[in-house]
Design a protein around this ligand. Structure first.
Ligand SMILES: NC(=O)c1ccc[n+]([C@@H]2O[C@H](COP(=O)([O-])OP(=O)(O)OC[C@H]3O[C@@H](n4cnc5c(N)ncnc54)[C@H](OP(=O)(O)O)[C@@H]3O)[C@@H](O)[C@H]2O)c1
Length: 294
């Protein structure tokens, strides 16, 4: 039986992927590679066949055991890890030594064009190591609204980003989990390909708050400060310097780039439209309201 290890299992994409994989009736054994097995067991309590292995990107002592008898790895880069030589080269070296053959890497749309982002370097490493690969390159997650951007929405009723009128392509992580499960189940047919995964809409943040305001009682505004004010504000809120730089890179640079390309991969595979932003907002609308005072 083929054995698949999922890294980042407890995150946005990993959680969704595990849900879809465990619902597919395929003859695979799925392992979640996690830092805290007790916590992960609670999160995934309904998936009886899911197994767990201890894994920490930042602790090389966990590398060998986690890949024993594993054929295929779903690999992601946790957002705070950007030094590929320190973390990913040793990891891929161990993966190869342990006999892993296939890697599905969660990359990002445009990774091939930007030499400074870690995904570009990780893709190159995977190629150098000679794994069979699939690079899944999604666009901007709708779930950023319910994770990274949520505190400002709930507390200040604002989205604060230096993104101006730049358009982002919005993709639902559920569509990513579903696509990744399909790709893992059909690895042979899809191997050695780079696949862009997008939604069907390019929208700027003014358009996004318009949509949000159709589903929320308390109005949300979009504010686009200059990058220095943004940096100061986020430092004041306690965000780490590295994370602020990532936020600036992700949201400021698109102002000077072309609109993202829209891919038809999801529709071709599943015969249906990817999630529209309004559908995501309707599904998640409760979370955008102010948290109740204690
Ligand atoms: N956000 C976007 O718009 C977007 C778009 C395209 C691509 N991406 C890419 O998608 C990736 C992030 O995916 P995501 O949103 O699913 O991630 P996420 O929700 O931020 O979750 C990160 C996952 O990594 C795990 N993790 C963190 N540090 C770890 C460590 N030291 N050892 C083991 N596991 C660790 C976390 O586990 P714990 O539960 O233990 O913390 C969690 O499961 C990034 O590479 C990002 O660049 C994001």
């Amino acid at each position: 039986m083929k054995k698949i290890l999922i890294t980042g299992a407890t995150g946005n994409a990993g959680c969704s992927l595990i849900g879809f994989l465990c619902r597919l009736s395929i003859e695979y054994q799925v392992f979640a590679g996690v830092r805290d097995i007790g916590r992960a067991k609670k999160i995934f309590a309904k998936y009886q066949d899911l197994q767990f292995r201890n894994f920490d990107f930042e602790n090389r002592e966990t590398f060998e055991e986690v890949f024993v008898n594993v054929d295929t790895v779903f690999l992601l880069r946790p957002p705070h890890i950007s030094d590929t030589e320190t973390y990913f080269r040793p990891l891929l070296t161990t993966m190869r030594a342990q006999g892993v053959k296939e890697v599905l890497f969660l990359s990002v749309q445009g990774a091939e064009k930007s030499k400074i982002i870690p995904h570009n370097k990780i893709e190159k490493l995977i190629l150098d190591f000679g794994f069979k690969y699939i690079f899944l390159r999604p666009s901007y997650f709708m779930q950023n609204l319910t994770t990274t951007l949520l505190a400002d929405i709930q507390k200040y009723r604002k989205i604060i980003l230096p993104a101006g009128k730049a358009k982002f392509n919005w993709v639902d992580v559920e569509n990513i989990g579903e696509s990744a499960a399909y790709l893992l189940a059909n690895f042979k047919e899809c191997s050695n390909k780079s696949i862009e995964l997008t939604g069907n809409e390019n929208l700027n943040f003014y358009e996004v708050v318009d949509q949000l305001n159709q589903y929320t009682d308390n109005k949300i505004d979009y504010v686009s400060p200059n990058i220095i004010s943004f940096y100061r504000l986020k430092r004041k809120q306690g965000m780490r310097k590295g994370m602020i730089m990532v936020m600036i890179m992700l949201h400021f640079l698109p102002r000077f780039q072309n609109e993202p390309k829209i891919s038809n991969f999801y529709e071709q595979i599943f015969g249906k439209e990817p999630t529209r932003l309004w559908q995501f907002i309707e599904r998640e609308k409760a979370i955008f309201e102010k948290p109740k005072e204690d």
